[in-house]
Design a binder for this molecule. Sequence first.
Ligand code: HEM
Ligand code: HEM
Length: 292
Amino acid sequence: MNKTLHKVYVASFFIAGIASLILLSWYGYDYYRLPLTERPFSSDHASLKPSGMIGHGLGIIGTLMMAVGVSTYMIRKRVRMFYSWGYLKHWLEFHIFLCTLGPVFVLFHTAFKFGGIVAVSFWSMTAVVLSGFAGRYIYVQIPRSIKGNELSLNEIEDYRRSLDSEIKNTISKSSKLAVRLKLLFDNRDEQTPGVWASLLQPVRDYFFMKRQIHLLKSELDTEKGMAPGARKELIHAIKQRFQLERRNVILRQMQRLFRYWHIFHLPFAITMFVIMIIHVAVTLAFGYKWIF
Ligand code: HEM
Ligand code: HEM
C-alpha cells in the first residue's frame, strides 16, 4: 500500500465512523432523550429499543465488527501462515476502526440503558476501548519498522546511522543548522526517567520538536539551492531522528508498560465476549430472532 492509498484507507475509517455517529444520533435523538417510562409511547420504540428492528440489528452488527476486528488482528499477528499478509500496522488500524465503531453500535443497541448482568459486558467493553487508546499511545512510542514490527536494538542503531548519513549529506555545508540539530538530537537526560515522566515525555517532546522544527524551517529558508523535495525529505529525516533518540531513552519503560498493558486489555476483552455470549443465548432462548 503506497502512502496515498494508506491515507485514503485511514480517512475512509474516519469518515465511516463519524458519519455513522452523526446518523445514529440524528435519527434517534428524540427517542433516546425520552425518560424510560415514556419511551414505549414513542413511534420509534418499535425500531430503536434493544430488541427492535434497528436496535437489535445494531447489537448484532456491532458485535460482529468487534469479533472480526479482534480475530483478524490476532490471527495476522500470531499465525505464521499469515505473516506475509500486509503490514501488521495496517491490520492494527483495521482493529482500532472495527473495535471503536462496533462499541458505538452496541451503545446505540442498549438505547442508553445499562441493566442486568449484560451491563458487566458493556462496562468491560468500555474499559477495553479506553485501555485500547492508552495502549495505542504506548505502542507508538516503541520504535517500529515501516511494517509495524518492533525494532531490535541493532536495527534501531542501523536506522539511526542511516538517518544521520542522510541528514549529513544534505546539510554538510551549514554550521548554523548543525547547531540546531545538536540541540534536537543530544540526549538531554542520560538516565531513564520514571514511569510517569516517561508517559509525559512524548507530549513535552512533541512541543519541543514543533518549536525547533519551526526555527529550523526559517533557517532553511536562508539556505540557497535546496530543492523543495530535498527540503521536505530532510525535515522528515530530522523528525524521525529526533523521535528515535527520544524514544530510545524511554524504551525500556515503554516496553515494560506495554507488557503490563496486555495483561489489562485482554481479560476485559474476554469478560466482554463471555458475558455477551450468555446474553445472546438468553435472548435467543426468549425467542428474539431479529430478521431471521
Ligand atoms: C457486547 C455486546 C452487547 C452488549 C454490551 C449488549 C447490551 C445490552 C443491553 C445493556 C441491553 C438492555 C438491557 C435492558 O433492557 O436493560 C440489551 C438488550 C438486548 N440485547 Fe444486547 N448487547 C450486546 C449484544 C447483543 C447481541 C449480539 C444480540 C443479538 C444477537 C443482542 C440482543 C439483545 C436483545 C434482543 C435485547 C432486548 C432484551 C429485552 O428487551 O429483554 N445483544 N443488550
Ligand atoms: C471492544 C473493543 C476492543 C477489543 C475487544 C480489543 C481486543 C484486543 C485484543 C484481544 C488484542 C490482542 C491482545 C494480545 O495480542 O495480547 C488487542 C490488541 C491491541 N488493541 Fe485492542 N481491542 C479493542 C479496542 C481497541 C481500541 C479502541 C484500540 C485503540 C484505540 C485498541 C488498541 C490495541 C492495541 C494497540 C493492541 C496491541 C497490539 C500489539 O501488541 O500488537 N484496541 N485488542
